[in-house]
Design a binder for this molecule. Structure first.
Ligand SMILES: Nc1ncnc2c1ncn2[C@@H]1O[C@H](COP(=O)(O)OP(=O)(O)OP(=O)(O)O)[C@@H](O)[C@H]1O
Length: 303
């Protein structure tokens, strides 16, 4: 299926902003602007020599790399290489056996899972996890709620602060739905949306938490080639709005075309790190993928 994507696909940053009237597009862009806009290049995450063991199995072996603010970092590797484990260590699901994840200057090791969102890390899942009977808008507002500061009594008595936060959350949610291109379906129940819209809704919901780091776990799974290219264009546009993106994606051509840098894992070890061009020509990476029965793994793009 993915072989239909041309090897030299140049994925342009694209979002639905271009389809909105100019004035509204400017409003939407301002409303959704990431908290790290203007800080591009600084270190946001340091995976500091992280080892993760499950019994005798070493899923991550002294893995060390950084994610810089304002970049799209691709995390790739053959099946079982440790990508999801790395992702989970970074989102508080797993605590490393040794080593530390430093996020925004602070170690994550002692942070409880439910505090991760407040710190500024959001994620989407391989299997879509939406609230199916809530509307698209409600799903995104729930995401924004994760950052609210109103106390329970404040919410009960609908304090001025609570009302303002609610208003802002709705405005932001509407803007996010427009940004990802599903503004016209805001009132539909999530379960009634087409699959591709549900994937975009998941991204909008994650963005509603105002994350510094947006972790996308195979966001294009189940898409046809044209939809994949379009989604990668949206991810580039998300970066351009001031977000940092960590992307796990199996489709090599998409990863090559959509990311700024790539980290390659194999058997739990980091075997390469660099720009897509450097990774494409890296002998260790080519060797890691040799014999993998997957048409997507076409580093030269001439299969
Ligand atoms: N909770 C767990 N308990 C035991 N072993 C695990 C656990 N999670 C992952 N593993 C093992 O750790 C290794 C790395 O798995 P991981 O899911 O991180 O790889 P991956 O690169 O994400 O693979 P895939 O591309 O297939 O999703 C595998 O051998 C896997 O079986």
């Amino acid at each position: 299926m993915t072989a239909e994507i041309p090897a030299d696909t140049n994925i342009e940053a694209h979002s639905a902003l271009a389809d909105l009237p100019e004035e509204r597009a400017a409003e939407v862009a301002e409303t959704i602007e990431g908290r790290d806009a203007g800080k591009a290049g600084e270190t946001l995450v340091h995976i500091d020599h992280v080892t993760m063991k499950f019994g005798g199995l070493v899923a991550l072996d002294d893995v060390d790399f950084t994610i810089r603010r304002g970049e799209i970092l691709g995390l790739i590797g053959p099946n079982g290489a440790g990508k999801t484990t790395c992702f989970n260590a970074m989102t508080g699901v797993y605590r490393p056996t040794s080593g530390t994840v430093i996020f925004d200057g602070k170690p994550l090791t002692k942070v409880k899972r439910n505090k991760i969102t407040r710190l500024g890390i959001a994620r989407t899942f391989q299997n879509i996890r939406l609230f199916p009977t809530m509307t698209a808008l409600e799903n995104v507002v729930v995401g924004a709620d994760a950052r609210h500061h109103t106390s329970v009594p404040g919410a009960l008595f609908r304090s001025a602060r609570h009302r303002r936060e609610e208003r802002e959350a709705i405005d932001r949610a509407v803007a996010l739905l427009e940004f990802v291109g599903i503004g016209d379906r805001a009132g539909d129940q999530a379960r009634n949306l087409p699959y591709g819209y549900q994937r975009r809704l998941e991204i909008a919901r994650a963005m509603a938490t105002e994350p510094k780091l947006l972790c996308l776990d195979e966001p294009a799974a189940g898409f046809n080639p044209a939809e994949k290219v379009e989604l990668m264009g949206l991810i580039k546009q998300i970066r351009d709005q001031g977000y940092t993106v960590l992307l796990i994606e199996h489709d090599m051509r998409l990863v090559m075309g959509a990311t700024d840098r790539i980290v390659v894992l194999e058997f739990g070890r980091k075997i390469a790190e660099g720009t897509p061009e450097q990774i494409r020509d890296n002998p260790a990476v080519i060797a890691a993928y040799l014999g993998v029965p997957d048409e997507e793994v076409d580093l030269d793009g001439d299969a």
